[in-house]
Design a protein around this ligand. Sequence first.
Ligand code: NZQ
Ligand code: ZN
Length: 385
Amino acid sequence: MLNFELYNPTKLVFGKGQIEKLGTLIPAGAKILLAYGGGSIFKNGIHQQTIDNLKGFEVVEFGGIEPNPHFETLMKAVEIIKAEKIDFILAVGGGSVIDGVKFISAAVNFDGNPIDILQKHILITENAMPFGTILTLPATGSEMNSGYVVTIKATQEKLASGGSALFPKFSICDPTVIQSLPKRQLQNGVVDAFTHVMEQYLTYPHEGYLQDRIAEGILQTLIEVGPKVVENPSDYALASNFMWSCTMALNGLIAKGVPTDWATHMIGHELTALYDIDHARTLAIIGPNLYRVVFETKKEKLAQYGKRIFNLEGTVDEIANEAINKTVEFFHIMGIDTKLSQYTEDYSKTADFIVDRFDERGWKAMGEKQNITLDKLKAIVELSY
Ligand code: NZQ
Ligand code: ZN
């Protein structure tokens, strides 16, 4: 097993009705920026519940953080925080609102031009403004990690960053919030979390036996509850297992001591930046084709996955190939299309565009073996058309 350090200071407050604890989780006397998205929290009552549990605090509201949050929007919040002398941020929303708040938290006290945090991938290890979250969409794991992804609208770049100072102080995860989610977002959540596990699991055989078993447990739980929770989000057993699986998929635990990949995400982010395709759907488009192109690197682990998750039998190559097919089948069962041409007609130059972009950024060797070179990148994207 590789050496590792585990640091995760987020206090997770999980379960029905836990929003009632909100007032006890925020430092007394804090002046709060309540940040949210496009308004779903007004329709499902979460805004009211939040306000009801913030009695005695001074609250300034900032709405309009869009899916795949924009740098340009977030900078408006930074200005408000400075003008209003805010000292705590509360994110109420899905991954986009939480990610947006992480960037705001990083940018407020940043000594320099905040766009550099994104474009120069500056990790924030101190001086971040403290924030907490109320999660409304299980998917990203952002409620219990220190990473975020922000889009610069002006340049059509979707860039990931983070840093140890950007863990939420607390996250309230009440599984009943998923009842108001559109089917599409429930589908997205399952497939995003599934792919998070795959990025940290589907590499090559190693000595992190426990990490593998935890990862496989999350995959099996998502396969078990995913299709059902989409049909019945008010079933608490389904909702709570779905939500907890999503958090566990990306709170850092299963990545410890093992190699990780993340190339599916790096490529997928480009599809969102270019065509505004939902994050999870970009992963379903790219992931299986990436496994096909770097089959030789991943086949041993694909075979383990095929045996343990889908009970497949045969040679390593046979099981590994069939395991990819089963993955695509699962995405289809989840109602997710897996070809780029099903999302846009304008795809023919995508591979060249992404190759040029990664070349400019110096991203010439990705994946756990650093063998996803630009020619392989082109093959992966072309196979995804
Ligand atoms: O904006 P509102 O009106 O709130 O509506 C949102 C949005 O339209 C809606 N929604 C959220 N909770 C709801 C609800 N509608 C009804 N009822 C509720 N309870 O859902 C829509 C999508 O929300 P969004 O936050 O964009 O979705 P998600 O949580 O999937 O987040 C996606 C973003 O997270 C990033 C992605 O790249 C993308 O930008 N990621 C962040 C990661 C991280 N921080 O670790 C990892 C992930 O890989 C991912 O890259
Ligand atoms: Zn993701």
